[in-house]
Design a protein around this ligand. Structure first.
Ligand code: CTP
Ligand code: MN
Ligand code: MN
Ligand code: MN
Length: 379
């Protein structure tokens, strides 16, 4: 039997959001290789290249069997020239030279280590790397002035880089639930992000909060944060603007007909967002300081999003991820359905387009119209 005949007849849709992509799949050797190159591109702020590798990896994850030869990939979408070259190399030699070189490069290792510090993005890490700082200990010794997020990130470096397990996520969910119900009974809390997709570990834990009575969620974030602070749960907390998916849609950058989702900003702001009182996101480093005795807690990153009930469905969809899935879903909405999807709403562009430009813009941004930054607090 010729390998691959089965694959060749499978027709695969080209948007990742149109495909079933199981968590456990048949091509991990290939997707691991492509993920390293994606990560390297993202750390080098080469967003387009990163997305190309992520798309290729996502395609491989959706295949019903293991790929054994490059001929099996003929006719499949999402596989660019570069990705195909890497795939062929891995299939033939077991490893890709480029992947090996990347994995062992000082720059890649340093960028990974430095961006692993909470509050440090690719730009800062790159600047430090050029100064000869390659590790968190180098940074500590350098005497650089760090902001509060970075100081917390350095202090809890090991813990924050330890994957959060499902049981830990559940335990944190109980703390968040206690906090939310203490300040707003009847509010509903949903686990989002990677854990909602069935992952068993994550780099953080994400929750979405809403209340069935529209409007009751206003001011909730502040109260929840105060409660957690009073109970000694917060090590660090910062609220910021909007999700990285949508921050570029705000008033500062009027909507253009260019594919706005191609402009997905790349380095993830780890400390985040307030958009008006209606779509708030807060990023925490959560710990617990029951100070007597041996420490019975660890620092964990927690993202919290509050949504009005009327936007809950869109918030749930928009914050479940993965990042590539969200990007593809929005791209698909725009190009195939002439609609605009955000984590607040779904707009029919055919109808919106008939409105005045100002009105159109306002519509796109409704619910995320007020952008302001709240100064960070170290708690
Ligand atoms: N997200 C966003 N803006 C951010 C961060 C995240 O819109 N600044 C959204 C994305 O849709 C993303 C989801 O929130 O898919 C969860 O983000 P994140 O926690 O970074 O990723 P996970 O998929 O949960 O992966 P991990 O398990 O590593 O946390
Ligand atoms: Mn997450
Ligand atoms: Mn998150
Ligand atoms: Mn938004």
């Amino acid at each position: 039997q010729k390998p691959g005949l089965e694959l060749a007849v499978v027709s695969v849709p080209s948007y990742a959001c149109q495909r079933h992509t199981p968590l456990l799949h048949h091509n991990t050797t290939l997707t691991d290789a492509l993920s390293i190159l994606a990560e390297n591109a993202e750390l080098g702020e080469n967003e387009g290249r990163g997305v190309a590798f992520r798309r290729a990896a996502a395609l491989l994850k959706s295949l019903p069997q293991e790929v054994r030869g490059a001929e099996q990939l003929r006719g499949l979408p999402c596989l660019g020239e570069h990705s195909l070259r890497v795939i062929k190399e891995v299939l033939e030699d077991g490893v890709s030279h480029e992947v090996e070189t990347t994995t062992h490069s000082e720059q890649f290792k340093a960028m990974k280590a430095l961006t692993g510090i909470f509050g440090v993005g690719a730009k800062t890490a790159d600047r430090w790397f050029r100064e000869g700082i390659h590790t968190p200990s180098d940074l500590q010794r350098s005497g650089h002035t760090l902001n509060r997020a970075q100081r917390a990130g350095l202090q809890y470096y090991d813990e924050l880089n330890l994957p959060v397990t499902k049981p830990e996520a559940v335990a944190i969910g109980q703390i968040v639930e206690r906090a939310v119900h203490a300040v707003l009974p009847g509010a509903e809390i949903t686990l989002i992000g990677g854990f909602r997709r069935g992952k068993q570990t994550g780099h953080d834990v994400d929750f979405l909060i809403t209340h069935p009575d529209e409007g009751r969620e206003e001011g909730l974030m502040r109260k929840v944060v105060s409660w957690l602070e009073a109970q000694g749960f917060l090590l660090y907390q910062k609220t910021t603007g909007n999700s990285y998916l949508e921050s570029k849609e705000g008033p500062a950058r009027p909507a253009s007909n260019m594919d706005r989702f191609e402009r997905y900003s790349h380095p993830l702001p780890q400390t985040l967002v307030v958009v008006g009182d209606h779509a708030q996101k807060v990023s925490w480093v959560l710990g617990h300081s029951q100070c007597s005795g041996p420490r019975s807690w660890r620092a964990v990153r927690v993202d919290l999003v509050v949504s009005p009930y009327s936007q809950f469905a869109f918030a749930l969809l928009g914050w479940t991820g993965s990042k590539l899935f969200e990007r593809e879903l929005r791209r698909w909405a725009v190009h195939e359905k002439a609609m605009t999807l955000s984590s607040h709403a779904l707009y029919d562009r055919k109808r919106v387009r008939t409105l005045s430009q100002t009105h159109t813009h306002f519509k796109y941004c409704s619910g995320s119209f007020l952008y302001y930054q709240i100064r960070d607090k170290l708690i």
